[in-house]
Design a protein around this ligand. Structure first.
Ligand SMILES: NC(=O)C1=CN([C@@H]2O[C@H](COP(=O)(O)OP(=O)(O)OC[C@H]3O[C@@H](n4cnc5c(N)ncnc54)[C@H](OP(=O)(O)O)[C@@H]3O)[C@@H](O)[C@H]2O)[C@@H](O)CC1
Ligand SMILES: Nc1ncnc2c1ncn2[C@@H]1O[C@H](COP(=O)(O)OP(=O)(O)O)[C@@H](O)[C@H]1O
Ligand SMILES: [K+]
Length: 485
């Protein structure tokens, strides 16, 4: 059993891939072995996580997820706990594995009840797993609501019931936030699923653990992956500023120079060799506290050997500069208003596609609304399947795509998408995206391929937020300055 952290490197399997693995594993094992292992793993995690829990409520659904809960109930009962099971199954329609576990729970003397106990110290959600086919309703919906509204911790078996395991979309009502992040825990069985880590999945699941049930997934085809912590890059003694590349920040229209300066500061602190600020606001002055930045007229910059970070605070004026950036920049990071300009302009879309065909490294860094505009859809559709939306954008424009938000997805043509687990909602403040664009620019300028540059910068950006002292406000300018590594 393994706890998943922001540093964990792991493959993620969708429901179809998990089912194939389950069938392959079950074919080599005596009947009911997987469910016994699953139930034992749930019981062990429950005992380790809530060792003092006296009243344990296990809510079991009609399928094999419920079977895991029944098996866990039998195991807990045998270890001196006294769980109360509420089971929504119908004896005639229960799948064979779950029926065997039902018999074991009964034989162990587990108490069954029609409705939840009056109070509980730990709730185990074994209502729905990867077989969820619609939004919970009736008793199931009521039990889920009271489980998540209660003060006691919740352990979800395999996936939180009501969460789409492939996408992280909640089909149940949004779960209320919890005072403590550790008050929700999820034991994913056999495989890790993408939906646990993006969209609403992170809030619903809480801390995620994996038990592979003794099965080897190495031959199977994952749907996505957790890229985990990037490698450390040592700097050679013989290197010089030219080794780490030039970054040109192009943006900062009148009234929005701050966004471009945030990106410039972030690129500098993330290790770029030289950073040029090409501000669209000709009257804007550089911050005297950052004399390393070089102010330039954007039209004067020769981008052919540079990494251009374009769009931060760009306003409508960025439109006129985009044809030259898209045609000439050696590497490009396209953010904010530059993305919006491209979304509205067929000629710019063609230029971006042409960059992709020429294999000129490009990273797009949309938040969900910007991604929706580029895909000609709405935010809800993007958020309903973030890995798929990021992959569509990557394939459409031949670019690496960073789809921002909780569980940032990084996609590139011909690669499996990866999901980043560093970062938290303290990043939800103006300008943190500009800082990220600058960090991606620095990583590309150092010579990393676009997908690796995107993954590494996104991880470091989030990691800074995770390490941020609780009593210090997280501002974008401080985040940008903390980008040194
Ligand atoms: N077999 C094994 O040994 C192993 C199995 N494992 C475990 O099995 C889980 C998958 O089991 P599963 O395929 O039975 O699906 P599961 O998630 O229980 O749901 C299907 C049932 O729920 C019902 N249902 C669906 N939606 C509903 C709704 N909204 N409201 C009400 N009912 C709803 C659906 O009914 P139907 O749609 O057919 O009407 C059906 O009866 C997996 O997540 C893991 O925990 C692992 O431990 C590995 C070992
Ligand atoms: N709830 C959250 N959890 C994790 N990361 C978040 C969250 N909210 C925002 N972020 C991160 O903060 C940054 C915000 O970027 P963006 O939306 O472009 O904001 P801005 O335009 O103000 O800079 C992105 O890197 C995003 O992934
Ligand atoms: K569940």
């Amino acid at each position: 059993m393994q706890r998943v952290t922001s540093s964990t490197v792991a493959d993620l399997f969708d429901v179809a891939g998990t089912r194939m693995l389950e069938q392959a594993a079950a074919a080599t094992l005596p009947p009911h072995t997987l469910m016994q292992r699953a139930g034992l793993a749930v019981a062990r995690l429950a005992m380790a996580w809530a060792p003092h829990a006296r009243a344990v409520w296990i809510a079991c659904g009609p399928g094999n997820n419920g079977g895991d809960g029944l098996e866990a109930a039998a195991q807990l009962q045998q270890r001196g706990f006294a769980p109360v099971v509420t089971w929504l199954g119908d004896a005639d329609r229960t799948p064979p594995d779950a029926r065997a576990s039902l018999e074991r729970a009964r034989a162990a003397g587990v108490a069954f009840a029609e409705s939840p106990p009056a109070t509980w110290d730990l709730a185990i959600d074994a209502l729905l797993g990867i077989g969820a086919s619609r939004a919970p309703d009736g008793a199931m919906a009521r039990w889920l609501a009271s489980m998540h509204a209660g003060a006691a911790p919740v352990l979800s078996v395999d996936v939180p019931s009501g969460l789409d395991a492939d996408t992280g979309r909640l089909t149940a009502d949004p779960m209320p936030p919890r005072a403590h992040a550790t008050a929700r825990i999820c034991l994913s069985l056999l495989t890790l699923k993408p939906g646990l880590f993006t969209a609403q999945g992170r809030d619903a699941a809480g801390e995620v653990w994996l038990d592979d049930l003794g099965c080897d997934a190495s031959g199977a085809k994952p749907a996505a992956r957790l890229a985990g912590a990037p490698p450390l890059h040592a700097r050679l003694h013989s290197s010089h500023k030219g080794s780490y590349g030039d970054v040109a920040i192009i943006g900062g229209a009148p009234g929005m120079a701050g966004a471009a300066l945030l990106a410039a500061s972030a690129a500098l602190h993330a290790g770029a060799g030289r950073v040029f600020a090409g501000l669209l606001d000709g009257r804007a002055a550089l911050d005297a506290s950052q004399p390393e930045l070089m102010l330039r007229d954007p039209a004067s910059l020769d981008l052919s050997q540079m990494t251009a970070v374009v769009g931060c605070g760009g306003g409508a004026a960025i439109c006129a500069l985009l044809p030259r950036v898209l045609s000439t920049a050696r590497h490009a990071v396209i953010d904010a208003d530059a993305l919006n300009a491209i979304a509205q302009d067929a000629a710019l879309k063609l230029l971006l596609e042409a960059r992709g065909r020429r294999a000129q490294p490009t990273v797009l860094t949309p938040h969900p609304l910007e991604a929706a505009r580029l895909l000609d859809t709405d935010t809800a559709e993007v958020q309903a399947d973030r890995p798929h939306a990021a992959q569509r954008l990557a394939d459409r424009f031949g670019s690496t795509v960073v789809l921002k938000g909780s569980g940032t997805v990084i996609a590139a043509p011909g690669e499996r998408p990866s999901i980043n687990l560093s970062g938290n909602a303290r990043l939800a403040s103006a300008g943190t995206g500009d800082a990220l664009a600058g960090m991606v620019g620095a990583a590309m300028a150092s010579g990393l391929p676009a997908p690796a540059a995107a993954r590494e910068a996104v991880w470091h950006h989030g990691h800074l937020a995770d390490q941020w002292p609780a009593d210090l406000p997280l501002t974008a300018s401080a985040l940008a300055r903390g980008g040194a590594r």
